[in-house]
Design a protein around this ligand. Structure first.
Ligand code: KIV
Ligand code: NA
Length: 265
């Protein structure tokens, strides 16, 4: 795929090719992620945690999401860029939801939006889809509802919640979502959902029976190190590497080892 589209993702699932997705919030990182061949860059509202240091995703604003998204868009040549609609920008009614989605598309140049929730937000999703804006669903652990859940532990372990999740997933496909994120649900349930749909299901903490995987980039790079859920595979230990680099720099400056003769004019 020279350029990944929502159609490519559906084709990937049909052909049994797994989809790779990572979060991106800024130009420099997005350029590396895109150049490495990651299929989808998610401008996640996890920027609220990762970029701004908030404890939850709730505080990030639509303007801030647009700033992150436009930085990512300037960096990419190939990846599909999906942007989270932040908390408070789509829950009150379908018109507000559409207005928020339109702002993201117009002001950042993003390719699609993602929204947390099932039948509660069905009318808003339909309204956005009717405007020609692709929507990715998000079920299971939906961090914008953290104060309803009270904890970040695995969702849908009980039959009632699993049944609702399956119904919501079916509904999201039926109304026209192009893909779905399942966050922190039992692997068997995620597999069952993925097998029951033709749109791709992208998992985070949802096992290997789904159609693709997503991780928060700063977590998989090991830049964050106080967050250790079992689903997180760290591909680097950048926290250690960066700390060492910064310490070296401090030492060099203090000891007048930097800059050297050939590092000055
Ligand atoms: O905001 C985010 O990073 C996300 C992913 C974890 C799916 O929504
Ligand atoms: Na998110």
């Amino acid at each position: 795929y020279k350029r990944v589209t929502v159609k490519s993702l559906i084709d990937m699932k049909a052909n049994g090719e797994k989809i790779s997705m990572l979060t991106g919030y800024d130009y420099t990182m997005a350029k590396i992620i895109d150049g490495a061949g990651v299929d989808v860059i998610l401008v996640g509202d996890s920027a609220s945690n990762v970029m701004a240091g908030h404890e939850t995703t709730l505080p990030i604003t639509l303007d801030q999401m647009i700033y992150h998204a436009s930085s990512v868009i300037r960096a990419i040549d190939r990846a599909l860029v999906v942007v989270d609609l932040p908390f408070g920008s789509y829950q009150s009614d379908p018109k507000e939801a559409l207005r928020s989605a339109i702002r993201i598309m117009k002001e950042s140049g993003a390719h699609a939006v993602k929204m947390e929730g099932g039948k509660e937000i069905k009318e808003s999703i339909k309204r956005i889809l009717h405007a020609g804006i692709p929507v990715m669903g998000h079920l299971g652990l939906t961090p914008q509802s953290i104060y309803k859940f009270g904890t970040y532990t695995v969702r849908a372990r009980e039959e009632a919640e699993a049944a609702k999740l399956k119904e919501d997933a079916k509904m999201l496909e039926k109304i026209g979502c192009f893909a779905l994120v399942l966050e922190k649900v039992p692997a068997d349930l995620a597999k069952e959902v993925a097998e029951s749909l033709t749109i791709p299901v992208i998992g985070i903490g949802a096992g290997n029976g789904v159609d693709g995987q997503v991780l928060v980039t700063h977590d998989m790079l090991g830049m964050t190190h106080e967050f250790n859920p079992r689903f997180l595979r760290r591909y680097l230990d950048l926290h250690t590497e960066m700390t060492t680099a910064f310490q070296e720099y401090v030492k060099d400056v203090k000891a007048l080892r930097f800059p050297s003769e050939d590092e000055q004019y």
